[in-house]
Design a protein around this ligand. Structure first.
Ligand code: S3P
Length: 425
């Protein structure tokens, strides 16, 4: 796909529903008794993989555009799947479902695409095994396919070496089936959508500092859920609007959960003009409209406990760093290497291709910004966040940007290019 927009971004946009919250609405809805009605569900390929997995385990799920109804059957209502469960490209699906599958009275196998089969699963196999789960990597390489057999789970306290919501959620979900309370302590707080939503469905979940815990065998009841717009999707329009002079966009109803809003703080520290309007803190997941105006940015340091709150936005923040005056340093972000691609390597390579002075480090990047940047051929490595980051850079670059495997954006944002074009017109 070739992108060559020059016009400023102007207008209003409602970005699709949050990916993390959409996954969880189907998973927890399936384990609840009765109907769960979800609106503004993300119809990206990852969330459709989650729906397909639960249908394969006997859960009736109706989907009408972004409205989804899950007919939950309770904690013990899943049936043995007819075949191997396919998570596609979705790490959230494999890792969270492994926690759920560990508590079932049937055996199962879960796998996904080529990228998923390279991503580390030991991080969930270790705590699940500690809980007595019978989980093994079929190829013995610590990756999917994962084979899970029935066992009696015990509640544990797990000290996680990584700040990962997928690990935390996996352990808490297995904890629903354990013989006692299960808790997870992380090095820094990761996104807390599981804790908030499990509580909303009726589970006894306690969050204190960097520890979250859950009591076993809750009675979960079907709920109504309106999924807020995904801040990780809004991020690309925030970036493009900041970079292209004369831009002003209003991004409506974006989720601003404090465990996800790190990008807003970093942008503001870089000199960005972003105003929150109509902030609504009444529900479990706060949201607001974001008014973004083009700004001249300066470099910053992104490190420490803020990293988990913007982990998926680091590729596009690296793009902002490339345009900012001065140096932007990203550190404490080694997790970037085990995402859909090695995002340190892939971003460094592609940022260099557009003319940026960038250096990969063990746990991040050093970006010397401010030199003029030009379009180039971008190899996205089928990583949706890489493709969208360079599409966001395109209107601020000289010449045209060509993005390889550009259709990978369907993982999290099927209408992305159309929405970008709409704002650039
Ligand atoms: C997610 C957690 C994050 C994030 C991913 C979605 C989730 O992964 O990168 O896109 O929904 O829990 P980690 O928990 O592995 O950091």
């Amino acid at each position: 796909m070739e992108i060559q927009y020059t016009a400023p971004l102007r207008g209003e946009l409602t970005v699709p529903g949050d990916k993390s919250i959409s996954h969880r609405s189907v998973m927890f809805g399936a384990l609840a008794d009765g109907r769960t009605e979800v609106s503004h569900f993300l119809t990206g390929a990852d969330c459709l993989s989650t729906i397909a997995c639960f249908r394969q385990m006997g859960i009736e799920i109706e989907q009408n555009g972004t409205d989804v109804t899950v007919h939950g059957k309770g904690l013990d209502g899943l049936q043995a799947p007819s075949g191997i469960l396919d998570a596609g490209n979705s790490g959230t699906t494999v890792r969270l479902m492994s926690g759920i599958l560990s508590g079932q009275s049937f055996s199962s196998v879960i796998t996904g695409d080529e990228s998923i089969c390279r991503r580390p699963m030991k991080r969930i196999m270790t705590p699940l095994s500690e809980m007595n789960a019978l989980i093994r990597s079929r190829q013995d390489n610590g990756c999917a396919p994962l084979e899970i057999r029935p066992s009696a789970l015990k509640g544990i306290h797990y000290q996680s070496p990584v700040a990962s919501a997928q690990v935390k959620s996996c352990v808490l979900l297995a904890g629903l089936y354990a013989d006692g309370r299960t808790s997870v302590t992380e090095p820094a707080v990761s996104r807390n959508h599981s804790e908030l939503m499990l509580r909303y469905f009726g589970a006894d979940v306690v969050s204190e500092g960097t520890t979250a815990s859950v009591a076993p065998r809750p009675h979960l009841t079907g709920q109504r859920i309106r999924v807020p717009g995904d801040i990780s999707s809004a991020a690309y329009f925030i970036a493009a609007a900041l970079l292209v002079p004369g831009s002003e966009v209003l991004l409506k109803n974006v989720g601003i959960n404090p465990t996800r809003d790190g990008m807003l703080h970093v942008c503001q520290a870089m000199g960005a003009d972003i105003t929150l309007l109509n902030a609504d803190f009444s529900g479990a997941e706060p949201c607001a409209d974001l008014l973004v105006r083009s700004s001249s940015l300066h470099g910053t340091v992104i490190e420490g406990d803020i990293i988990p709150t913007l982990i998926d936005e680091l590729p596009v923040l690296a793009v902002l760093g490339a345009f900012a005056d001065g140096t932007t340093i990203i550190r404490d972000a080694a997790e970037l290497k085990v995402k859909e691609s090695d995002r340190i390597a892939v971003m460094t390579e592609n940022l260099s291709a557009i003319g940026c002075d960038v250096q990969a480090t063990e746990d991040g990047m050093i970006i010397r910004g401010g030199s003029p940047l030009h379009g180039a051929v971008i190899d996205s490595r089928k990583d949706h966040r890489v493709a969208m980051s360079f599409a966001a850079a395109a209107p601020a670059c000289d010449g045209k940007m060509e993005i390889r495997d550009s259709d990978c954006v369907t993982i999290s944002y099927p209408g992305f290019y159309r929405d970008l074009e709409k704002l650039c017109r």
